[in-house]
Design a protein around this ligand. Structure first.
Ligand SMILES: Cc1ncc(COP(=O)(O)O)c(C=O)c1O
Length: 391
């Protein structure tokens, strides 16, 4: 039964979403993002996207478009060849893949299909808050665990999880490498999380969106089989963010449960699937170059930041294509910094997008972009600090 004063023209918001204040001069964030997008000279360091690809993926998609393959619906659960390529990429056997419109949709489906009101889930702060927002819709509580501290190596530790869990904890969310910091889990840490999950009947949601930028990466599915959800994205290393392709890899019984929650029942973007297959088949041809440039770029940023009083990189090297620049010691508000840089045609992200607790301390920058653009950032950033500095 609805309340008698239920207003059908102004219904209450059924779900909570982390509120973000739009940047100055904008009444909503979408207008801001659209302005950024439309400015073709803008240097793109604000979304952890990858701008370093040649034509292999683009050509495969162009050929699909030219042949007008997109007139047909794709098979509803995706091309089996693509699903097999994903499993091969991860070295998994006997698991299933559910393709979605981005890792984002996969994350939503996992929360919707597996969480109940009496459950709580554990997520780090800083972290990727869309995951927490989704969990909030279905679980009773999201426990944000503060990890912005050298003593935790800027990541969720098994000890922190132990301190924050109880008998209702149903899911531990491991973003690995972590957006925004670029910290990554060791094999021993993952084994410990796996043990905890097995002993306490919990799911491990392993978001590996940035896996391929890391120096060394491990998959927790190998230690907690059957209760891990591995979240896979084509947005970052494959450079396909605008195509909205991703998926979840898990045991067949888990994927079966997720399938029942699917919204996009007629399948995911066929052009993107062709691009994804071409990307996976040729990965060994391009990945080293992309990783090398990305790594070189972060080194340039590190050398520049080392010369700035009051600024530092909490995690270096980052195992992702992004990292955090802590500005607290300069007295500069990260929002002022990102607004200043936008005027110089450099799009970065202030901390509040990835942290409630520490968002006023840092700026997030991503750097899988051409090195000349990172050089421009390295020229402009010290000038920005001098212009804005209060400490
Ligand atoms: C940790 C994490 N997971 C998932 C996503 C979204 O991925 P997709 O573009 O595949 O929806 C992002 C995007 O930035 C992310 O940082």
């Amino acid at each position: 039964m609805r309340d008698s004063d239920y207003d059908i023209k102004h219904p209450r918001k059924k779900f909570q979403k982390t509120e973000r204040v739009p940047p100055k001069g904008y009444h909503c964030s979408n207008d801001f993002f659209e302005d950024m997008f439309m400015d073709k000279d803008m240097i793109w360091m604000g979304q952890n996207t990858n701008h370093l690809h040649g034509d292999i993926i683009a050509d495969a998609m162009a050929s699909c478009v030219k042949k007008k393959e997109y007139c047909k619906y794709p098979p509803p659960e995706g091309f089996s060849e693509l699903k097999q390529l994903i499993l091969d990429d991860l070295g998994f056997k006997d698991l299933d893949v559910l393709l979605n419109a981005g890792a984002t949709e996969s994350l939503y489906l996992c929360m919707q299909a597996l969480l109940e009101k009496e459950d709580n889930v554990i997520l780090s702060d800083p972290g990727y808050f869309i995951i927490g927002d989704f969990a909030n819709r279905f679980a009773g509580e999201v426990r944000y665990v503060s990890i912005y501290n050298e003593k935790y190596n800027y990541k969720l530790t098994p000890e922190l999880v132990r301190q924050n869990m109880d008998e209702n904890t149903r899911m531990i969310i491991l973003i690995d490498p972590l957006n925004p910091l670029g910290s990554c889990y060791t094999e021993d840490e993952l084994k410990e999380f796996a043990q905890m999950a097995i002993e306490n009947n919990m799911y491990l949601l392993h978001d590996i969106t940035y896996r391929d930028f890391s120096r060394k990466h491990f998959l927790v599915e190998n230690y907690a089989p059957g209760q891990t959800l591995t979240i896979y994205s084509f947005s970052k290393i494959f450079g396909m963010a605008g195509l909205r392709m991703g998926g979840v890899v898990a045991s067949k019984p888990l994927v079966d449960v997720l399938k029942n929650a699917v919204v996009n029942d007629l399948g995911v973007n066929i052009v993107a699937q062709y691009g994804a297959m071409a990307g996976l088949k040729t990965k060994s041809e391009w990945i080293d170059d992309i990783k090398e440039t990305t790594f070189h770029n972060q080194k340039l940023i590190k050398e520049m930041i080392d010369k700035i009083d009051g600024a530092f990189l909490p995690v270096y090297p980052s195992d992702a294509n992004m990292m955090v620049i802590d500005l607290y010691g300069t007295g500069i508000n990260p929002k002022d910094m990102s607004n200043y840089l936008i005027k110089k045609e450099i799009f970065t992200r202030e901390g509040e997008y990835t942290s409630e607790l520490f968002g006023d301390r840092y700026l997030r920058v991503s750097f899988s972009i051409p090195t000349k653009d990172v050089e421009k950032f390295c020229e402009e950033f010290p000038k920005a600090v001098e212009a804005l500095r209060t400490n």
